[in-house]
Ligand binder design. Sequence first.
Ligand SMILES: [Zn+2]
Length: 167
Amino acid sequence: MRLASESENFPFELATVCYIEVGADGGVTSPPEEHVQVRVRRGESRLYAVWPGHYRSDLFLIDDIDEYEKALGLQHDPVRTGLQEHKHQVRWSISPCEDRPTGAYVSVEARLDCGCEVRDLKTFARHMRDQRGWDIATTAAWETSSPTSDAHARPTYTFRIRRRSLA
Ligand SMILES: [Zn+2]
């Protein structure tokens, strides 16, 4: 068995990683129930993960619960996501390239005047759902364009947003 902290970039969020919680009483739960990180911090449980490979699978002890929380979005991580936990100042408009003006989703160009960067679309989508009610597609491709002429200019992002949520 190996320690997750010794592996560079342990793929916590990979769907094929299997998590196993082992309680102090020897009880085994997989997948773990909610708030496993709280029980691990209290020393009531240990959290293991099987990382499946092509030829063999390895068992890891999740020894750094902070990394687990950040990767799964249970703890906000401004470095990984590029996003502060505040109300973002968003300037947006319907993309001039939008060619299906009546579709369920619409392309929107947006800039973040608050200085955040969208490095993690899922987290940004969650923030915007809470703050503006936007329903941003997180499976579709999204684009950024960084202006090359002005180093201080903010990048422009293109998102697909459910039209009805854009009110
Ligand atoms: Zn922001």
